[in-house]
Design a protein around this ligand. Structure first.
Ligand SMILES: [Zn+2]
Length: 282
């Protein structure tokens, strides 16, 4: 009798385990991008040696931890990162500082996380969080162009201007400024010897099925206004988990935004997706 109960219990446990694995595999399909080719590292795949990232807020680099950490560890590329704002308008989860000090705190969090990712050259600018405006975009573009000339990246990674990975206006404007800066640098440097400007732009792409299913109106906007990804690569989940610890004022961001913990989100969404454009292609 005891033996029979043990067998039944074993079968039940096995069925639950199978159902859970099937559930995770099913849920993971929402965080895939069927159009994308799997590569070990985008930077290594295209053969870039110097990389510049252009983003908007401290913690935006959490979207590209795999990209930057593998560019360093695997490809030995030189990596640089611009963050356009100090994120002073952010909501603290948990509250770790006076709100009036949040910009300073988040700037430090971004610099610490960049250091942990092995980023060689990092700047956090002080355009107003939530107010990267159309008036300041020419100035931002010129500043990015100057940074391009200083760093001489062959690849720039940024937001897709029409969707900004999450629909945030600051993301869209920083993406547009980065794209314009790349084009202007290429035009200006075309006739001179030496560095010719970036050859590639890699745009961060958010999994479209997940956006449409769980992202509400904003998710649908992003999915409708971003192109298909060309590349998929490992997201370096330990680096993302570490990143939320370093971003102490945002440590519970995933829980607050999605209603479940970061480890569960990354169990389902462990890849990063990019649309890579070769500007030398005809
Ligand atoms: Zn952001």
């Amino acid at each position: 009798m005891m033996k029979r109960i043990a067998v039944i219990a074993g079968v039940v446990v096995a069925l639950i385990a199978i159902a859970m694995v099937a559930g995770v595999l099913y849920m993971r399909s929402y965080f895939s991008a069927p159009s994308a080719a799997s590569v070990a590292s985008v930077v290594g795949d295209v053969g870039a040696r110097r990389v510049l990232g252009v983003f908007a807020h401290p913690d935006d680099e959490q979207l590209v931890t795999g990209f930057f950490s593998l560019a360093k560890e695997k490809d030995q590329a030189f990596t640089a990162l611009i963050t356009g704002t100090k994120g002073e308008a952010g909501h603290q989860v948990p509250t770790v500082a006076r709100q009036q000090d949040l910009g300073i705190v988040r700037k430090a969090e971004a610099l610490k996380n960049g250091f942990a990712l092995g980023i060689d050259d990092q700047e956090v600018w002080d355009y107003p969080d939530g107010g990267v405006s159309s008036e300041s975009i020419d100035e931002i573009t010129a500043r990015i162009e100057a940074k391009i000339e200083a760093v001489q990246p062959d690849l720039v990674v940024t937001f897709w201007p029409a969707s900004g990975a999450t629909g945030h206006k600051d993301h869209m404007r920083m993406g547009l400024a980065a794209e314009s800066a790349v084009m202007q640098a290429r035009t200006r440097l075309a006739g001179v010897g030496g560095y010719k400007g970036p050859r590639w732009i890699a745009y961060v792409i958010t999994p479209p099925n997940g956006l449409r299913t769980f992202g509400g109106e904003t998710g649908k906007f992003v999915a409708d206004n971003q192109p298909d990804a060309t590349h998929a690569m490992p997201g370096n989940i330990p680096a993302k988990m570490r990143g939320w610890k370093i971003h102490a004022s945002q440590e519970h961001y995933v829980q607050a935004a999605y209603g479940f913990p970061d480890w569960l989100l990354y169990l389902l969404w462990d890849q990063e997706y990019y649309r890579v454009v070769d500007l030398n292609a005809p």
